[in-house]
Design a protein around this ligand. Structure first.
Ligand SMILES: [Zn+2]
Length: 423
């Protein structure tokens, strides 16, 4: 009888239309001790699937309780009971260490001054492969003496929020951010003072410059620079962006030497300006990669325009470098052809040159130049998405049809681009 009922159940039970989402509780530690994450599902599940599994790092670094295992199955890292039985709750131990995950955000970025930045998306999980529309209720518990910086606001103790999409970076630590009406910047107290000072000087000015031309963002952008000399195993730098956030992590012991390069601070300020430029572009991109010269070249041009008042020689040197790089990448092809051949870097160097030319050409009609084009383009993109045709329509609307025609030729015809390389 029991067997019949079981068979009926397994045949008749339709799979749940949506994977179950656990209540996720993250408990942070102040030092190097493992963090803890508790997952509690609303009903028993057969497995926990992580939403983001770039490789299988969790299978060797996270620890499951006795009777459970973490393994890679198909494309997902999952947690299940060794006896394959159902479970509604599981607690995992997570070492708070930096790792370079393929095509994903760093899970933890340690600050040399004792702070920590972590990526919430690393903890997202579901009872089956997660859906893009998932919303995760998350609770974070920090040590009582370690403030939390979440979405630009400071908390102590416990904080709860509902997370989604790619998640966000959250800071824990005692350092105070630099705050202006245009940004919140958390710059590692361990960074060399000359670099910190330069960033503190420039970043608020950059954000103010963009906000004045493209309008304030719905939330103040948050910039993070972490600097962990104690990192073991090589050195490197990893940067990235999430909605409203720009971050860069320096790790390894070689940085004090590398940071002595004369232009280091200026280069870093340019990086932040470029990435923040995407936030002010409202993250509008084109679906076709041959249009990358618009947002990548545009972000480079934003950085150049923001830099040129304070550091004109540096901006000019970047332009000269872009000319050399673009010439090398183009050969005798058009920018469109080069981008169609997946040379994405050309969208930065050649894109900078096209956008600076465009900025100048538009200024004859509108003193905001390229920014005036972007104001129009953002409004257009909100209606129909970003596209090269849309951008050129904005160029025509703001700068005149003649300027739009010239830009279209520049990216389509090798000879027209060549002219920019020798100016
Ligand atoms: Zn970019």
């Amino acid at each position: 009888m029991a067997a019949i009922i079981l068979a009926t159940l397994s045949l008749g039970a339709a799979p749940s239309p949506h994977p179950l989402l656990p209540d996720t509780r993250i408990t942070a530690t102040a030092g190097a001790a493992d963090w803890r994450v508790d997952y509690v599902f609303p009903a028993p599940v057969a497995a926990l699937h992580f939403a983001r599994s770039p490789g299988d790092r969790r299978t060797t670094s996270w620890t499951a309780p006795p009777g459970f295992e973490i393994l890679r199955l198909d494309e997902d890292e999952i947690v299940r009971r060794r006896d394959r039985g159902p479970f509604a709750a599981v607690t995992l131990a997570v070492p708070p260490v930096y790792g370079d995950l393929p095509k994903d955000y760093a899970p933890f970025s340690r600050f040399g001054d004792g702070g920590m930045l972590f990526h919430s998306g690393r903890f997202f999980a579901c009872s089956a492969p997660c859906e893009a529309t998932a919303r995760w209720p998350i609770t974070l518990v920090a040590p009582p003496d370690t403030p939390i910086l979440l979405d630009g606001r400071r908390y102590t103790g416990t904080v709860r929020w509902v997370d989604r999409d790619d998640g966000r970076n959250i800071y824990l630590g005692r350092n105070k951010p630099v705050e202006t009406p245009d940004l919140v910047a958390m710059l590692d107290g361990a960074l060399p003072p000359a670099i910190r000072t330069r960033l503190i000087e420039q970043l608020p000015a950059f954000m103010h410059f963009f906000a004045a031309r493209l309008g304030r963002l719905p939330q103040r952008p948050m910039l993070f620079a972490s600097y962990d000399l104690a990192h073991q195993g090589g050195y490197g730098r990893q940067g990235g962006t999430l909605p409203g956030q720009v971050f860069v992590h320096f790790y390894g012991s070689r940085w004090p030497e590398l940071m002595q390069a004369p232009d280091f601070a200026q280069d870093l300020a340019w990086f932040f300006a470029h990435e923040a430029g995407h936030l002010y572009q409202r993250q509008v991109t084109t679906s076709d990669e041959t249009g990358a010269w618009i947002h990548e070249g545009g972000a480079e041009a934003f950085a150049s325009l923001a830099t040129s008042a304070a550091a004109p020689a540096f901006a000019e040197a970047k332009r000269a470098k872009a000319q050399a790089d673009c010439a090398k990448r183009l050969g005798n092809r058009s920018l469109h052809d080069v981008l169609a051949a997946h040379d994405f870097d050309a969208s930065y160097s050649c894109g900078l040159l096209v956008n600076l030319w465009l900025d100048q050409a538009v200024r004859a009609r509108d003193p905001d130049g390229l920014f005036a084009v972007w104001r129009d383009y953002i409004a257009r993109a909100e209606r129909g998405g970003g596209s090269e045709a849309g951008f050129l329509a904005s160029v025509a609307a703001v700068g005149g049809a003649g300027v739009a025609t010239q830009v279209a030729r520049m990216i389509d015809r090798p000879k027209r681009m060549q002219a920019l390389l020798t100016e």
